[in-house]
Design a protein around this ligand. Structure first.
Ligand code: M6R
Length: 610
């Protein structure tokens, strides 16, 4: 999982490529590199670690030229090192690649037997040698890439330069994302939209099995078999500012505060307030389909999996449809039972998470209909789905997912309401309450964010040294507890566990002492009394108890050491509010610890490996 960029135009390309890579650094930051056509040859600069190291290398040895490619790496084959950094070069050829070549061992063996000197441990260098071999046989760059791709099994988005054809880049895609940006006097390519936004809004999305030759005047897209592809560019209305920090210290903080806007955008045009219903045409199901669904199977990873766990509550309570939730990587290859009457819902921010993609494909192959809930348009999961109910959170750059989580909750709740209305399990009065409740959420979220920010920052400061933190919740608050713990772990490296509050007495209670903050989610809902008892159990073991409770909950105030209040809302809507202080808590703990909040160690935003 890496980021690639390319530029063909009249400007000096190195600063443009570096700028694109900076916007893609969330995809990996083990090393970075550029290859640029310069005075009749290709020149390469590479550096281990973050982009600033590459910038330093470029300051010392600038790269003049108007055509080039770049890469930011998340290591898969071979440790992070300058030798393993992209671009990889073979003869006149330079290649950057995002993905994994599955038959790399076989290719390496064959290339070595043919006398190739392979210097890196990467699968990408093999691609450079394969293209080089075809060029040696007399092919032009496009034909050479086309021929080399026939040898590859696995996932790739590649961009290739040849010193013999200095006016073009050849790109190709299979399973990894690749977008072409059509500018006025330049053509760009990149793994993701934010890298292109400062230069153009006119974008062409390559499909799997397609390649393109990009030149200053535009791009010619063909299939790998050489058939012409006619596709209209799409206008992307994300502004570049939306993809930048907008004055916040970190993308994560900005994205936490963007949630009211993200929810508003996600609800826009979908709430049918007049009829206490949801406009559900995007879910791609007929009224008959909705009635006939026998089971919903939710597939997801990480934070999206936590949203899916909340989705199960919604679907069972409102649409009365049996629902199971699977961690996508555990579903894959298990030969799980999937029937044609099942609706599979794949939930993913990126739409590129390999485990979720493959799990959804497996379910589809067994006859299930696949609906996806995804944030990134035209990404891999929507492309294989029967329908996609997009979240409209905008680009999420922080590795820790925040605004995409709440927009996923919104779509799952809307799906449950829509199904419930069609299946006759949700009456208009209750649906109306939920639809109105959703409509009011953005301003309530805004109030909770501004009203709790300082208090939560103070708590984070007070407990920043805690080595373990527990998060407890029941019902819909259980997935929120899991999410609170995941956020804290991934950005602050503090050990945290999320538990179903009722499960604590079956083991985890042994962890509790007077050094362990226990964050208990206890909004006024059908589980409130029992959650309060669990809070008291923790308190009796001398835990430091932080309650997240509904305004005016005196019982919660009495037993909590610290209390964070949210407004009273319907049970189904409480997760949208209770998750906010948890996101802020993890953010401030990480910030006080001085960790790399937006790019925590060992992680990457989009996980396109198994
Ligand atoms: O793009 P996806 O939603 O499919 O990604 C799934 C997980 O990789 C992702 O949620 C991950 O757990 C985040 N780092 C959580 O903040």
């Amino acid at each position: 999982m890496c980021g690639i960029v390319g530029y063909v135009g009249q400007e000096l390309c190195a600063p443009i490529l570096v700028d694109g890579l900076r916007r893609l650094e969330y995809r990996g930051y083990d090393s970075a590199g550029l290859a640029v056509h310069s005075s009749g040859k290709i020149e390469v600069r590479r550096a281990v670690g973050k982009l600033r190291n590459l910038e330093k290398a470029l300051d010392e040895r600038p790269l003049p030229g108007n055509v080039g490619i770049g890469h930011t790496r998340w290591a898969t084959h071979g440790r992070p090192s300058e030798t393993n950094a992209h671009p990889h070069v073979a003869g006149p050829i330079a290649v950057v690649h995002n993905g994994i070549i599955e038959n790399h061992l076989e290719l390496r063996r064959r290339l070595k037997e043919a006398g190739c000197t392979i210097v890196s441990d990467t699968d990408t260098e093999l691609v450079a040698h394969l293209v080089h071999a075809e060029v040696e046989r007399g092919k032009d760059l496009e034909s050479a890439v086309r021929a080399a791709l026939r040898e590859l099994e696995g996932a790739y988005a590649i961009a290739v330069l040849s010193s013999k054809e200095p006016d073009r880049i050849v790109i190709a895609k299979q399973s990894s994302p690749l977008v072409i940006g059509l500018g006025e006097d330049a053509t760009h390519c990149a793994s993701d939209i934010p890298a292109l936004l400062p230069y153009t809004r006119s974008m062409l999305f390559l499909e799997d099995g397609e390649m393109a030759v990009i030149e200053q005047g535009g791009a010619v897209v063909t299939t790998l078999d050489g058939k012409a592809v006619e596709r209209e560019p799409r206008h992307i209305d994300w502004s570049p500012v939306m993809a930048e920090k907008a004055g916040y210290k970190h993308f994560m903080l900005k994205e936490i505060f963007e949630q009211p806007r993200a929810i508003e955008d996600t609800l826009r045009g979908r709430l049918d307030r007049a009829n206490a219903d949801i406009h559900g045409h995007e879910v791609g199901l007929s009224e008959e389909d909705a009635k006939g669904i026998e089971r919903v199977l939710l597939l997801a990873c990480g934070t999206s999996h936590h949203a899916a766990l909340a989705g199960r509550y919604y679907l069972e309570a409102l649409a009365k449809v049996p629902t199971s939730v699977e961690i996508a990587s555990e579903f894959r290859g298990r030969d799980a039972v999937v029937r044609p009457g099942d609706l599979v819902v794949a939930v993913s921010q990126s739409g590129e998470t390999l485990d979720t993609l493959v799990a959804a494909k497996e379910a589809k192959a067994k006859g299930a209909k696949v609906l996806s809930i995804v944030n990134v348009i035209d990404s891999a999961i929507p492309r294989m789905s029967d329908a996609t109910f997009y979240t409209h959170a905008g680009p999420e750059i922080g590795v820790a997912s925040t605004k995409c989580f709440s927009t996923q909750l919104a779509n799952l709740l809307m799906l449950a309401i829509w199904l419930g209305r069609r299946r006759g399990t949700l009456d208009a009065a209750r649906a109306g309450e939920l639809v109105e409740g959703l409509a009011h959420l953005p301003h309530q979220m805004k109030d909770v964010l501004s009203g709790t920010r300082q208090l939560v920052a103070n708590l984070a400061r007070r407990y920043v040294e805690a080595r373990d933190v527990l998060f407890l919740g029941r019902g819909l608050s259980f997935p929120i507890a899991l999410e609170g713990a995941l956020k804290l772990k991934e950005i602050s490296y503090v050990h945290a566990e999320g538990y179903a509050a009722g499960e604590m007495k079956h083991g985890p209670i042994a962890l509790i002492d007077n050094k362990v903050p226990v964050i208990v989610l206890l909004p006024k809902d059908s589980h409130h009394e029992r959650s309060l008892s669990n809070l008291q159990e923790a308190k009796a073991r001398e835990a430091i108890v932080i309650g997240i409770a509904t305004e005016g909950d005196e019982a919660a105030r009495e037993v909590s050491d610290d209390l964070v209040e949210i407004p009273a809302v319907a049970e189904e809507l409480a997760p949208f509010l209770t998750v906010l202080p948890l996101q802020l808590y993890s953010y401030y703990v990480a910030d006080f610890k001085g960790t790399d909040v937006d790019q925590p160690r060992n992680l990457a935003k989009t996980v396109t490996v198994e």
